[in-house]
Write a protein that binds this ligand. Sequence first.
Ligand SMILES: [Zn+2]
Length: 436
Amino acid sequence: MSSDLPQRTSAGVDRAGSPPSIEPDSPSLTIRNATLRHGEGLHQIRIDSGRVTGIVPEGDTQLDGETEIDAECGLVTEAFVNGHLHLCKVYTLDQLGDAALKDYHAAGMGGAMSAIEAAAAIKKDYRAERVAENAARAVERAIVYGTGYIRAFADTDTSARLEGVKGVMAVRDRYRDSIRIDVVAFPQDGLIRDPGAEQLVREALKLGADVVGGIPWIEFTDADAHAHVERMCELAREYDRDISMLVDDAGDAGLRTLELLATKVAEIGWQGRVTAQHARAMQLYAEPYFRKLCALLQRAGIGVVSDPHTGPLHARVRDLLAAGIPVALGQDDVFDAYYPFGRNNMLEVAFLAAHLLWMTSPQEIETLYDMITVHAARVVGLDEYGLRPGGRADLVIHPVSRVDHALAEHAPPRVVLHGGRVVARDGSLVLAEAQR
Ligand SMILES: [Zn+2]
């Protein structure tokens, strides 16, 4: 299936605030006795200067690196990609009580907007240092569980001011050698509803936020939703940034903001640089409209990020994949107003999705794994991603040799590599000097 999916033509990878953290003179490394997802028998993988330079069957030529890791027949794959995480909000649930959670998770998602309003209360107390403290905890768990990339949303609005985005950017920079984090300046409470938010998003971009956010469905009128999409897309154009918007995230079949976004993206030529998050209302659409939407997504080169475990409705993942739209999974929330769990473990997210989407056949389990690795990388536009010669050596070595077993156990990988450097082993961080 993956070969049918649209390829991204450009990416935020090197354009925005997070340059690749590859040390040009890092020692060469050979991983021996690796089981690969696609390939018979065991393989050796050679890594030089943070990139994969060779993959050969075990028993052929010896790929002698300066250092070696024996994978012991474990599965070796690309590191995980988390397409969506509200990193400024992690571990805030205890400050809030459960009112927001009740509203967001109520059957039919009719109270989603009330939930967001309730959750906004704590943002007035945001301080960058405190946000960074919580975010660091979540990021360290992500590294240990084998995540190499996070698209991190940071509320940037008149409640959070610039405290959320500053805290998240500090964590992005601190852990740069162990994980790549692209920070989305996200006006969570709307633009028209929250006068001043647009200026704050602009300031966040000037400070180095990587991606322009948006949440047009939260506006009170269709005209305001339209204006929200227009303004954020223009801002992306002005600052040459990718776009990630939360669209149609409530139980209302009348929500149409993904259509607005897809139309605008095609108009400004931003194909391949935009992700749509949530799109939960899609589940309620009539079939003819859903098909039209798929055609619009194709035309706009928009990938969808779904988080089926954090709400009673979710995007039509199987149908999107069948239509050739790339789909990623995201952790979405970690102990916040919208979700009372979360270990920032993408294997766990895929495991939960297997049940919620009923994707349990061997082929579907492979597709789930794609949605936290190669498909997800395509959605967020990681050009250098991939276990292939020339690809970045952002890799995981699992304690098991099969994808279905990895999902079933959702255990931390034995080894996590970022840019060819070991950043975690057996559930523990291996921090670079600068991060201690
Ligand atoms: Zn979300």
